[in-house]
Unconditional design. Structure first.
Length: 464
């Protein structure tokens, strides 16, 4: 018979240590608790939050991750081997040892959650994936795995929420979209079977189940889209209080091209579930599509009568209105998801197109910390500094970008081209010639590089 282990005294001491800022001692106590009671969810949560508090308090920077990788790589290697041989407890301990050095290591957290799942300890997997999601809200794999666990546990509400979060970042994700709809409908059917008594009522529920099977089919043409609209409207007639059905109707109406009906459906979904940011984003996307439609109509009219200044002005106004709308919406999304660098990057580009250089610079300086966008953000920073006449700063950014770029790609040629122009501007003709030469040797037809190369070459030789 297993012996009961009372860890309450250890918890108390650990909590007191945290209050005093003695994080190392508290972490050691939580590890002691987990050695005695490995499935203690409360202890795992306390360990995660205490490790995070320690690192937040110490203000560890990017060097922490590098140090953790250098010192802790054996833990990751042996954890992977232990997992491969289904020694999940050993793998868990090794990943925990690694996370003790760097609690923000997303790969280690992801793999730790995997081990809990493999071992059938879903509650601990949920805790781990949720912590990972707090660190990186855009970690789609963690969201997807959470949703799948909740589906398995028949927790339809939380499963729907996680799938909706996925759609917030990946609006066209097939699995998430299908699951959101199926879970809502399954919940509706469940309610129907639990509350109906007559044979006729249950037959209607079976008919609803048949509609669900039709819903899972891929819509390939306008006729199928129309059928899908009618099916969803029938479901709404039975369950008008379900916001997910109104959102689905909005999606289908938008696919048909009926943006007015689409917006109306999204408004209804928001009215029923005001806190759901996904529905608001869908509404904004529909409004953005309306702006695009107006621009296309204005462009066609302006092209038909190129000499008509009124039509040209209408086109410019339509483009300006879209720009203003999209700026406000991008700012809202960036504030809502502050760690989503893709939104910040797009916002920086929009500011730059609008000539708002200071705002653009601020956004690119945030984004440049993300390895995924570092090269592009560095390039745009160079363009921002150049636009403000800060030539030396611009040169520094373009030089950094050029070190990471490939001159066989247009992006690399663009960097070298802009850098060469700046070298010319500050009178460094030798550096300008060397930079132009790199493009000249790979693509002699790129813009006016041949003329620039010839001009700089001649000027330098004449001076000499």
């Amino acid at each position: 018979m297993a012996k009961f282990v009372d860890t309450s005294r250890l918890f108390q001491r650990a909590g007191e240590a945290v209050e005093k800022g003695n994080y190392d001692y508290a972490i050691a106590l939580y590890f002691d608790i987990l050695r005695l009671t490995p499935d203690d969810v409360k202890a795992r949560i306390a360990l995660r939050t205490t490790e995070k508090a320690k690192f937040d308090h110490a203000g560890h920077g990017p060097g922490t991750a590098i140090a953790a990788a250098l010192l802790g790589w054996p833990n990751l290697v042996f954890a992977g081997l232990a997992s491969a041989f289904k020694k999940y407890d050993a793998a868990i301990n090794l990943y925990e040892a690694y996370l003790k050095r760097n609690p923000f290591a997303t790969y280690a957290l992801w793999r730790l959650g995997n081990q809990f799942e493999y071992a059938g300890r879903d509650e601990l997997a949920i805790v781990t994936y949720e912590f990972l999601r707090q660190i990186k809200p855009t970690h789609i794999k963690a969201l997807r795995q959470l949703a799948r666990i909740f589906v398995k546990r028949k927790d339809t509400t939380r499963a729907q929420q996680r799938y909706q979060m996925i759609l917030q970042y990946l609006p066209h994700d097939v699995e998430a979209s299908k699951q959101v709809h199926d879970l809502a409908a399954t919940e509706s059917i469940k309610e129907g079977w639990e509350t109906t008594d007559t044979f006729q009522d249950k037959i209607r529920d079976k008919e609803k189940s048949a509609r669900l099977e039709q819903k899972g089919q891929i819509i390939r043409n306008a006729e199928q889209a129309l059928d899908a609209v009618e099916r969803v409207k029938a479901e709404i007639a039975e369950s008008p209080e379900k916001p997910v059905l109104w959102a689905e109707l909005g999606d289908l109406q938008r696919r048909k091209g009926d943006l007015a009906a689409s917006k109306e459906a999204y408004h209804k979904a928001i009215e029923l579930d005001p806190k759901n940011q996904l529905y608001l984003q869908k509404l904004m996307d529909a409004q953005l599509a309306e702006h695009d439609q107006r621009i296309e109509a204005a462009r066609a009219a302006a092209q038909a009568k190129p000499g008509d200044k009124t039509l040209q002005d209408k086109l410019a106004q339509a483009e300006s209105e879209k720009e203003t709308f999209w700026l406000a919406e991008l700012k809202r999304r960036a504030e809502e998801r502050p760690t989503d660098t893709s939104l910040r990057f797009e916002l920086g580009q929009l500011y730059l197109r609008m000539g708002r250089i200071n705002e653009a610079t601020g956004e690119f300086q945030r984004v440049v910390r993300d390895a995924k966008y570092r090269l592009q953000a560095t390039t745009f920073l160079g363009k921002c500094f150049a636009a403000k006449g800060l030539d030396e700063l611009a040169i520094g950014q373009f030089e950094k970008a050029l070190e990471e770029s490939n001159l066989h790609e247009d992006a690399g040629k663009d960097i070298a081209y802009n850098l060469g122009i700046l070298y010319e501007k500050v009178g460094n003709l030798g550096a300008a010639e060397d930079t132009y030469k790199k493009i000249f040797e790979t693509d002699i037809g790129y813009l006016d590089i041949a003329d620039r190369m010839e001009r700089v070459y001649k000027v330098r030789r004449e001076k000499n």
